[in-house]
Design a protein around this ligand. Structure first.
Ligand SMILES: [Ca+2]
Length: 253
């Protein structure tokens, strides 16, 4: 949809990635309990998910996050972004003042932490039995503390944590309009307009029926106005599209 790339396999596995922060792995019930790695084994038991590559259960250890992450690291990607961070090897130290500032009503993680505030747009979602509200609050503060000292990174991390929470709320049928309250704008490039709920497939020259035939549920996205197509990073009139051959390959005319 312009922010996520989704890869689907013929055996039912789907992976979505935004290139930086979030990866979603979805698979059929046949794979329950048969996976391993950072997301655990998905056997409905949360106590056996933090297994390192060597099979050591690091649940409850003070540096469980770094032990887990480092054990599953699969080498260095040269193009992995502007900066590569080592996962710290010890417990995370956080300035108490920073933690307080981030947790209060105006703090970046405040919406995940202060879930009983009547003005909190996540309020209803965070009460849902299938949402682990403590985990979202803890994760937000963890990332903020891990990136302390770089204001831009701190803000981006907190916003992405809230976006992940919003995505989970949506999967439970609760669409949360939270970005204004958190001051976390969603950047739409190329003349596209923000939609809190829009088609998950993008209208392009190659995918002219993409929106009407989209098999995915609506999602937060950027959409070209006036039925324009998203072509070479810009919303453009359909006249820029050439034609397709029998294999769906696109030709300019
Ligand atoms: Ca498990």
């Amino acid at each position: 949809n312009g922010n996520y790339v989704r890869v689907m396999t013929d055996f039912g596995l789907a992976v979505e990635n935004d290139g930086k922060w979030t990866a979603l792995v979805k698979f059929p019930v046949d794979f329950v309990g048969a996976t391993e790695g950072l997301c655990g084994n998905n056997d409905e038991n949360p106590d056996n998910d933090l297994l390192t590559r060597d099979g050591v259960n690091v649940t409850g250890m003070i540096d469980s996050v770094s032990l887990l992450a480092n054990s599953w690291q699969v080498g260095i990607c040269i193009n992995a972004g502007r900066r590569r961070r080592q996962v710290s090897t010890g417990p995370l130290e956080c300035e108490p003042d920073l933690k307080d500032a981030m947790s209060n009503d105006n703090g970046l993680c405040g919406l995940a932490v202060n879930r009983f505030e009547t003005t909190n747009p996540f309020r209803t979602c965070l009460k849902h039995e299938n949402i682990n509200a403590e985990a979202f609050a803890e994760n937000c503060l963890y990332d903020v503390c891990a990136l302390q000292g770089d204001e831009d990174d701190v803000k981006e991390a907190a916003c992405e944590n809230l976006a992940a929470l919003a995505m989970q709320c949506r999967s439970l049928g609760l669409v949360v309009n939270w970005r204004a309250a958190a001051d976390c704008p969603y950047n739409c490039t190329g003349g596209r307009e923000y939609k809190l709920s829009g088609p998950a497939c993008t209208l392009t020259c190659d995918n002219a029926r993409g929106v009407t035939d989209c098999p995915l549920p609506n999602t937060e996205t950027c959409v070209c106005p006036d039925r324009k197509v998203f072509h070479e990073g810009q919303c453009q009139n359909r006249s820029v599209c050439g034609c397709l051959d029998a294999d769906g390959k696109h030709y300019e005319v």
